[in-house]
Design a protein around this ligand. Structure first.
Ligand code: FPP
Length: 224
């Protein structure tokens, strides 16, 4: 049975869910947050050590301002209301991506990371203003600047995911099969599960089914 350390998720389909069910894309994001909470709980039950969630990409800035503001308000409220609970559950929060938000949100993100930094049970890596190509270019630049020998190990040190093991599983909901500039280096050997369901409809049973299937896969890592 494969050990499971790290699950990464592209939570796609909020907008379509919201339009279909509530005539508003933002209602889909609100519903998507409920799924986030369910999946955090289920990750704890499954003893997953890292859960990486793609919440906002560098490309998502192209969306209407109203939607962007809604998403960041949702995140702000979530952290304000839930960070103590996450802390009590021994969950560590780490932001990957560039924190160039309002000073209020930046402060909240920093204080949430600091508060939970020693926690051990589950690490949530929240990808915010994250783009893999940007991350890779910066890692190349830093490697060059420090005149480090080029190797996989040295290179990984300059990524935002430094000290985070590569994902074992990538889940993308929303019936779309692409990587959308997410963890292009880190996903080299991940088992990929594309889900038809939209993120707000994704539930514990779907998650556990994926984990069960993953456990049975023969992972060769290039071997036979
Ligand atoms: C992709 O669906 C989803 C996002 C860009 C945002 C993800 C946000 C959440 C799940 C809720 C907030 C989470 C936190 C942690 C506060 P889409 O909008 O691209 O959907 P579509 O493909 O149907 O348009």
């Amino acid at each position: 049975m494969n050990p499971l350390n790290h699950v990464a998720i592209i939570m796609d389909g909020n907008g379509r869910w919201g339009l279909k069910n509530k005539k508003s894309r933002n209602a889909g994001h609100k519903a998507g947050l409920k799924t986030v909470e369910k999946i955090i709980k289920e990750s704890l039950k499954n003893k997953v050590k890292h859960l990486t969630l793609y919440a906002f990409s560098t490309e998502n800035w192209k969306r209407p301002k109203k939607e962007i503001n809604f998403l960041f308000n949702l995140l702000e409220n979530f952290l304000q209301n839930r960070i103590n609970e996450l802390h009590k559950q021994d969950i560590k929060l780490k932001i990957i991506g560039v924190k160039n938000f309002s000073s209020k949100l930046n402060k909240l993100l920093n204080s949430s990371e600091k508060k939970t930094s020693k926690n051990k049970k589950l690490q949530i890596n929240l990808a915010l203003n994250y783009g893999s190509k940007f991350e890779l270019i910066n890692a190349f630049k830093d490697l060059h600047k420090n005149k480090d020998k080029i190797s996989e190990k040295n290179f990984s040190k300059y990524l935002q995911t430094k000290n985070i093991p590569d994902p074992d599983i990538l889940i993308r909901t929303g019936n779309t099969k692409r990587l959308s500039n997410f963890l292009l280096w880190q996903l080299a050997y991940a088992e990929i599960f594309f889900e038809k369901k939209l993120w707000p409809d994704f539930n514990e049973r779907d998650y556990n089914k994926i984990i069960k299937n993953f456990r049975k896969i023969k992972r060769n890592f290039g071997n036979i």
